[in-house]
Design a protein around this ligand. Structure first.
Ligand code: GLU
Length: 492
């Protein structure tokens, strides 16, 4: 057929939310497909019914959509939230292809590359125990290979429970040629005869994924390193059928900061969780894209398009990539700072509306917190104090170094009076307020510290906060004067 062009697939299993590792795999497939003007396919690998989670396929599709990863072919979710399949190689929900997988398994049996195995879980258990007692590595000993095909067929017809296994070579080795890792050699005697059809008649991942990749004309299989040890099994199937294998690329593991392997079961590493915590999809995408690859070396901020055009499989690192969430925080803050102001306000104002106040106050607060905001979910934390009178102001933090309470009171009272008399137009900008107040301090022959520190703490209630001028501007005259008065009253 016609497929000279690149065809890649994302093949998640619907066992939960889209994990950050699956997002990275999806992204690299997308970058690769777009870079080569190829086709991106979403296949859902749902043959393991025991691990299937209701609604997981829908949630995977929604997360991919939220991250702007749109497949050209395969499973997708429509506006009404229903799963649809589109493309010439449907079905893309793998369980619907099970009949075809069983046919492939029968062909492998006919070719002597697979066999029926009747060993029950109890038999396998006993085998394992005996091997362990003898100090051997536990493995299937291949006893059902010896059954005569006619006997096997008769037992199957009689309804005896069975699985189908691949008949791997007993010796020699197999080389996986990997785009990222180079040649990786596996010894056949390390590998157990892999089950390809389970006793319930469902194919396992190894058979299903390999046959589907072939049937869907996949040219490049880009997936996590945890699948590398499975690749020899897949190569065995390709070779048995005389199919040309795709090019393989196994992406480096994701690691915790202590270099331990990031577990899928670990909480809070799903795309849904990150988005719910107020990370921007663009920042999350940028962050995940750089787990194991960087287009240039020192630059960190890239748009989706820039990543697509720079992506090269051969440049992906071999060594594990550490998930450093502080870097994600930094990146998200950078996105919030540098994005278009209107877009920023569209994101932040809905959060601020929940806190009260009028639109004008909300806008001033939005701009004030912009330089310090890390995630949208932090909005209440960093701006709650602008909307309500301060509670629990701690008077001991109001004085400047060594300043006596009487002096603090005097300075605050004087500042309050000065501010009360300022014309409205001076309240309309942080700069004008700063200029005026500093000039007034100079005129009084005071130092900045003993005036501006108490003023700032009176307005913010915190030892660390934006400048007093920003606070005055954001709070406005009425709230500022009330806060200064409350601070004066709190001092003995
Ligand atoms: N279904 C496998 C997963 O959940 C896909 C592995 C592969 O890409 O071959 O990751």
């Amino acid at each position: 057929m016609h497929h000279m062009s690149v065809r890649v697939r994302m093949a998640p299993s619907p066992t939960g939310y889209l994990h950050i590792g699956n997002l990275r795999t999806a992204l690299y497939n997308e970058f690769f497909a777009r870079h080569h003007c190829g086709t991106l396919i979403l296949r859902i690998e749902d043959t393991d019914r025991a691990r299937y989670i209701e609604g997981a396929t829908e949630s995977l599709c929604r997360s991919l959509r939220a991250m702007h990863i749109l497949p050209d072919e395969g499973v997708w979710i429509n506006e009404a939230g229903q799963l649809i399949e589109r493309g010439d190689y449907a079905p893309y929900l793998q369980s619907k292809r099970a009949e075809r997988h069983r046919e492939y398994a029968q062909k492998l049996i006919a070719m002597g590359k697979a066999y029926v195995c009747f060993c029950s879980p109890a038999v396998l258990d006993k085998m394992r125990q005996e091997q362990q007692k003898a100090g051997m590595a536990p493995r299937y000993d291949g006893r059902c290979r010896l059954l005569h095909p006619e006997e096997s067929a008769a037992r199957v017809s009689a309804g005896e429970s069975h699985v189908i296994r691949l008949a791997f070579p007993r010796e020699g080795s197999v080389t996986v040629m990997d785009e990222i890792r180079g040649d990786v050699v596996f010894d056949w005697n390390e590998l157990d005869d892999q089950v390809i059809i389970k006793s319930d008649g469902m194919p396992t991942y190894h058979l299903a994924a390999t046959c589907d990749d072939h049937d869907m004309w996949i040219t490049h299989v880009i997936r996590g390193e945890e699948w590398l040890p499975s690749t020899p099994k897949h190569l065995f199937i390709y070779e048995a059928f005389g199919w040309k294998p795709p090019i393989f690329a196994h992406l480096p593991l994701l690691l915790n900061p202590d270099k331990t392997k990031l577990s899928k079961r670990q909480g809070d590493v799903s795309v849904e969780d990150f988005l719910a915590k107020g990370y921007l999809p663009e920042a999350l995408l940028n962050f995940v894209a750089l787990l194991g690859w960087n287009p240039s070396g020192d630059r960190e901020i890239y748009t989706h398009d820039e990543l697509r055009s720079a992506f090269e499989l051969e440049k992906v690192n071999k060594s594990g990539a550490v998930l450093n969430l502080e870097k994600l925080d930094w990146m998200n803050a950078e996105y919030l700072k540098s994005m278009d102001t209107d877009a920023y306000l569209d994101l932040v104002l809905p959060e601020l509306r929940k806190l009260g106040g009028d639109e004008a106050l909300q806008k001033r607060v939005a701009m004030l917190i912009r330089s310090r905001l890390i995630r949208l979910s932090d909005v209440p934390d960093v701006s709650g104090e602008y909307f309500h009178p301060l509670r629990n102001l701690n008077p001991s933090i109001i004085p400047w170094k060594g300043q006596q309470p009487a002096d603090v009171k005097e300075k605050l009272a004087a500042a309050r009076e000065e501010l009360a008399g300022l014309p409205d137009y001076l309240w309309a900008s942080t700069d004008d307020l700063e200029h005026h107040i500093k000039e007034w301090i100079t005129r009084r022959a005071w130092q900045n510290g003993p005036v501006l520190w108490p003023l700032r703490v009176a307005l913010s209630g915190r030892e660390k906060s934006p400048s007093p001028f920003e606070l005055l501007y954001v709070l406005g005259r009425e709230a500022s004067l009330a806060r200064i008065q409350a601070a004066i009253d709190s001092l003995q």
